[in-house]
Ligand binder design. Sequence first.
Ligand SMILES: NC(=O)c1ccc[n+]([C@@H]2O[C@H](COP(=O)([O-])OP(=O)(O)OC[C@H]3O[C@@H](n4cnc5c(N)ncnc54)[C@H](OP(=O)(O)O)[C@@H]3O)[C@@H](O)[C@H]2O)c1
Length: 353
Amino acid sequence: MTSTATPAEDTVRAVVCTELTGEDALEVRDRPRAPLGPRAVRIAVRAASVNYPDVLMIRGQYQARTEPPFVPGTEAAGDIVEVGAEVTGLAVGDRVLSVVGVGAFATEAVVTPPWQQVHRIPDAMPYDEAAAFDITYGTAYHGLIGRGGLVAGESVLVTGASGGCGSAAVQVAKAAGARVLAVAGGAEKTALVRELGADAAFDHRELDPADPKALSALVRQHTGGQGVDVVFDTVGGADIREPLRALAWNGRYLAIGFAGGIPTVSVNQTILKCISIIGVAYGMSALHDPAANARDMKALFDWYREGKVRPSIGHRYPLAEAAEALRVVRQRRVLGKVVIEMPSDVSSPAAGR
Ligand SMILES: NC(=O)c1ccc[n+]([C@@H]2O[C@H](COP(=O)([O-])OP(=O)(O)OC[C@H]3O[C@@H](n4cnc5c(N)ncnc54)[C@H](OP(=O)(O)O)[C@@H]3O)[C@@H](O)[C@H]2O)c1
């Protein structure tokens, strides 16, 4: 990646994806400030976080393809520095987080509610935690509670539990009063998920590869032989019979992500224990029902204030090293969330206008 000196007042420093070939094609450039439409707000970005789709997007592998040159980055937090004439409910000076779609890896982002959500953050929430909050906790809350109907006293199995969505799901499930079993790869990752509140953590690297039912057997051991009520699966893979076997009667399997591949399921597997396979699409659900999304975010901010949920940030990089931040996620080294912090000298050039 290339870098330049401090940008001029009318420019924004941004990471630019120049070709769909991955991290090596990212460049840090100063670009002209984007115009602001009447329904848009301009955010001086203080921090952004990396989500798995960002890694796919810079390779042209994400379901919604964006052609280069573009500024990657799905979510950011910062200060509103300008609002369009038709914007209501948001004002200059508001501290916010936002799912911006693309464009978060820059010192400024222009977003247009309601299709891109902008939420005011609690006073006590720092920008790095705010940048790491919406997609992961929103997905965990919408998935577990909205789609999965999780209630206190039930049990949950979280896969990919040390990653962004997984670590949020562990905390959200605990905050909802559930018992949480978690799967992660390696001692450092299982230690992290225990720290986050998991009642039991299984290291998938230690499961007997010759035993195709090793995981579900462990889950049954820890649930009095019953299995869990909900599986929050961020990994997928060609074969998800194991997470399905891990379910109890009337269990719900939440299809969250496919870091390990997209599974094919035989529908007859659902009738053995009356289980439901439920798709979760957080971003699209927030667009379809912004009021429900606002309610979910309010509930999450309340839990944040009460100390029940808090992003676990395992890696921090300056904007100039955004490529390395993305590599951490792609190479499966991530512990919790990866945050990109903006240079303080250029983070809010428009502040005070
Ligand atoms: N449905 C929705 O609304 C929604 C919303 C947000 C994200 N997602 C999806 O959820 C998934 C997880 O996102 P994330 O941001 O939490 O990702 P992440 O932070 O990179 O975590 C993914 C975890 O999956 C595990 N994993 C297992 N097999 C893997 C593989 N082959 N490659 C990479 N990781 C693998 C890794 O843990 P171990 O090394 O411990 O196994 C890793 O920690 C992604 O597929 C993403 O697109 C879905």
